[in-house]
Design a protein around this ligand. Structure first.
Ligand code: FAD
Length: 395
């Protein structure tokens, strides 16, 4: 019988691995397990909040993967037996595999931040998984009166999408500037520094004046308690802030199936081999994307996509008796600050003595003195990137 690879999770990492496995070794049978019928991307969900993108434009079906010969099963994986190489699904099916790929993304650490549990997220959305949470946040922003206050609670590292909260602040400011110009945005951060910081702060000022205030951790930015009903937060220094719309991005961990497969360590994330993204703890299980410990690579969709290609190549090589190809990884994260104002950070990575390292002089951030034409070009590159990666993975 032909070899069988089961992929759990049809997001950035998993759908890439499924598709590229079919391309690299068409004789391998590939089954993708994903509960959603359509995948809505976190990338560009901030543009949806801004009113710059429709909801439909960030949704993708699995028809493209089906056409590529992937067997798509609409279910969730509930248990993994790594010794017997079996996965149990929510529909009662049990799948046997030669190799298993897990790309489950993140789960929230409920109650890690006092008062913030699943029920609280219905009142103060995280919107850190694209879907009903994102739509709820948009409705709340639309219902907010002019002159209201939008408060965002931002976690310490590591978390999904390091520049994501700061892009969201800018996109909400874009919406406010047009519809509710007297409103304010307060960012309460559990960090003293963040991705593309100088570029973001420069862009905020240039486009939104003093609408956005960022409070770093050591200036009383760390929130210790959330009261979602009152839309109030309290910092660890005891300062209380009242919000009209409260967006709490809580601490995170690998999606639960990683835990059940025995591939997470005490940190809640998954250690992987740098050359293939195979688990360091359980053989024949490959883990991709946000769930992994891949620093210096960030938890981004772009990173998950290149990891998916490397893992697919490694699996195809092993199942067809070929040598492991040399791994190379890349990432670019574009962020939009205004409609014609984009910035980016890029990096190239490889495996060296079992570790992931950033290739010297390979990447960097946008120039701080970039002119308007430069910022406009990067905004355009960002939307071209979205179209290209969507076509590469799903469309
Ligand atoms: P995901 O893409 O989240 O996919 C996980 C999938 O697994 C989901 O479809 C889920 O339903 C499924 N799943 C989970 N558990 C199971 C199970 N037990 N059984 C079956 N299926 C399961 N990245 C960028 O590169 N560029 C950006 O501009 C960008 N912007 C962002 C903006 C925001 C607001 C946020 C929150 C994130 C952004 N990101 C961006 C980060 C990006 O969304 C993630 O890094 C990326 O989604 C990670 O891919 P993944 O495969 O690990 O997880």
């Amino acid at each position: 019988a032909s070899a069988h690879v089961v992929v759990v999770g049809g997001g950035f990492g998993g759908a890439t691995a499924a598709r590229y496995l079919r391309q690299f070794a068409p004789q391998i049978k590939v089954t993708l397990v994903e509960p959603a019928e359509r995948f809505y991307t976190c990338p560009f969900s901030n543009l949806y909040l801004a009113g710059l993108r429709s909801w439909d434009s960030i949704g993708h079906s699995y028809d493209g993967l089906r056409k590529a010969g992937v067997n798509v099963v609409q279910a969730s994986a509930e248990a993994v037996d790594g010794a017997a190489r079996k996965v149990k699904l929510s529909n009662g099916q049990t799948l046997s595999y030669d190799k298993l790929v897990l790309s489950p993304g993140i789960d929230m650490r409920w109650n890690a931040l006092e008062g913030y549990d699943e029920a609280a997220a219905q009142l103060a959305p995280h919107a850190w998984k694209a879907g009903a949470q994102t739509q709820l946040l948009k409705k709340q922003l639309e219902a907010m009166p002019d002159g209201g206050k939008f408060v965002m609670v931002i976690p310490a590292n590591p978390f999904r999408c390091p520049p994501g909260p700061y892009e969201r602040a800018a996109m909400v400011a874009h919406y406010f500037k047009q519809h509710k110009p007297k409103s304010k945005i307060l960012l309460l951060d559990d960090k003293d520094a963040f991705s593309k910081q100088a570029l973001f702060l420069q862009g905020y000022k240039a486009l939104y004046g003093d609408m956005i205030e960022w409070v770093k951790q050591s200036d009383d930015g760390k929130v210790g308690r959330v009261d979602a009903k009152q839309r109030e937060v309290e910092t660890t220094f005891g300062t209380r802030h009242q919000a009209d719309v409260l967006n709490v991005i809580p601490p995170q961990k690998a999606g639960f199936i990683a835990d059940r497969a025995g591939v997470t360590d005490a940190s809640g994330w998954v250690p992987v081999k740098a050359e293939s993204f195979e688990s360091r703890q359980v053989p024949n299980i490959y883990v991709l994307g946000d769930a992994t410990i891949a620093a210096p690579m960030p938890k981004s969709g772009f990173a998950a996509n290149t990891q998916g290609k490397v893992a697919a190549a490694a699996i195809a090589a092993e199942l067809t008796g070929q040598a492991l190809p040399t791994a190379a990884y890349a990432n670019t994260c574009y962020s939009l600050i205004g409609n014609d104002y984009g910035i980016s950070v890029a990096g190239v990575y490889r495996a060296q003595e079992g570790k992931l390292i950033e290739v010297a002089n390979s990447g960097g951030v946008s120039p701080i003195d970039g002119n308007a034409a430069f910022r406009k070009a990067e905004a355009d590159y960002g939307s071209a990137w979205y179209q290209a990666i969507s076509a590469d993975i799903w469309d």
